[in-house]
Design a protein around this ligand. Structure first.
Ligand code: SF4
Length: 271
C-alpha cells in the first residue's frame, strides 16, 4: 500500500454520510486523522471492498493522544498546498489577504500562506502550529455554542481523558498552586478574559488558543482541609471545529507553557 498523499485521497473512499460511528463528527475529520496516522481507515464500518484492498497493510497508528506535534506539523503543512485558503478563511471567520490566511492565536496574529509557510508575532511552537493548521484544514467553523463541557465529553475524548488529566489538568493545577499571578498572565499576556465564576469555582478564565476553540480554566482554592483543584472545559463544538488529537495537544501545550513561565519567575511547579 502506498501512503495517501493527502487527506482527500482518503476522503474519496469514505461514504461521506458523516454518520459519526467512527467517533469523529465528520468523514473529513476522519480522513484527516487517517492521513495523519492517528486512525486506521478500517475503523470506518461502511468501507467498501475497494477501499479495504487499497489500504491493506495499513500500519498500526500510534494513539492520537501520543502523536508528536512535530510529526503532525510537517504532514499538515504539506496538506495546506491543496487547500483553498480563501474559502478556509471564510469558513473559519479568518482574514484572507495577500495570499495569506490570518487569525488570532492566544491574542496574536498567526498566518499561513499557500505553500504552508507560517508567520506569527509569537514563537512558532509545534503544539500551537499543528492545531492551527488542523483547524483551518478540517474544522467545520461552527459558531461557539456557549456550553462548557469537560474533555471526556467531547467526541473521542473519553478514552484519552486520564492522560489529559495527567498531562494537562494536574500540571496546570500545580502551577496555579505555586504561581498565583498565573491567571493575571492568562488575561494580560495571552488575551484571555476573566469570566463570571463557573461551576462554583473561585477563579474562571477563558483564553482563545484558536478563535472558535475557547478554553476555560476553573480553579478552586483549598478549603476546610480539602486540596485545591483545577479543571479545563471546552465549548461543546470543540470536537467539530478541531480534531480531538489537536484539542489534546493544545491543552497539554498550554500546561507546559504555564509551567515554563512559572519557572522563569522562580516558581518550580514540576514536583
Ligand atoms: S464511520 Fe466515520 S468515516 Fe465512516 S462514514 Fe461514518 S463518519 Fe464517515
Amino acid at each position: 500500500m502506498s501512503k495517501p498523499k493527502n487527506a482527500f485521497e482518503v476522503f474519496r473512499f469514505l461514504d461521506k454520510s458523516n454518520c459519526g460511528e467512527c467517533g469523529e463528527k465528520t468523514c473529513l475529520a476522519f480522513a484527516g486523522a487517517v492521513f495523519l496516522g492517528q486512525r486506521r481507515i478500517r475503523e470506518c464500518p461502511t468501507l467498501s471492498r475497494e477501499a479495504l484492498e487499497r489500504f491493506a497493510g495499513e500500519p498500526d497508528p500510534r494513539s492520537s493522544h501520543e502523536a508528536s506535534p512535530e510529526d503532525r506539523l510537517e504532514k499538515l503543512k504539506s496538506e495546506v498546498v491543496h487547500l483553498d485558503l480563501a474559502k478556509a478563511a471564510e469558513r473559519m471567520d479568518a482574514v484572507f489577504s495577500g495570499s495569506k490566511l490570518t487569525l488570532k492565536v492566544l491574542g496574536k496574529d498567526f498566518s499561513v500562506d499557500e505553500k504552508g509557510n507560517l508567520a506569527t508575532e509569537i514563537h512558532i511552537n509545534p503544539w500551537v502550529a499543528a492545531p492551527f493548521l488542523s483547524y483551518i484544514l478540517y474544522g467545520q467553523g461552527l459558531p461557539v455554542a456557549g456550553k462548557w463541557v469537560p474533555y471526556r465529553e467531547l467526541g473521542g475524548g473519553r478514552d484519552g481523558y486520564p492522560l489529559f488529566q495527567k498531562r494537562c489538568e494536574e500540571p496546570m493545577k500545580k502551577v496555579a498552586d505555586v504561581y498565583t499571578p498565573l491567571f493575571d498572565d492568562i488575561v494580560h499576556v495571552f488575551g484571555g478574559k476573566q469570566v463570571d465564576k463557573q461551576f462554583e469555582s473561585d477563579i474562571s478564565v477563558v483564553l482563545y488558543p484558536l478563535p472558535k476553540v475557547p478554553v476555560m480554566i476553573c480553579y478552586w482554592l483549598p478549603e476546610d482541609g480539602m486540596d485545591s483543584s483545577l479543571h479545563i472545559f471546552f465549548d461543546e463544538t470543540a470536537d467539530r471545529n478541531l480534531d480531538i488529537g489537536s484539542v489534546f495537544t493544545l491543552g497539554t501545550g498550554l500546561a507546559q507553557m504555564f509551567t515554563k513561565i512559572a519557572l522563569r519567575h522562580g516558581f518550580d511547579a514540576r514536583t
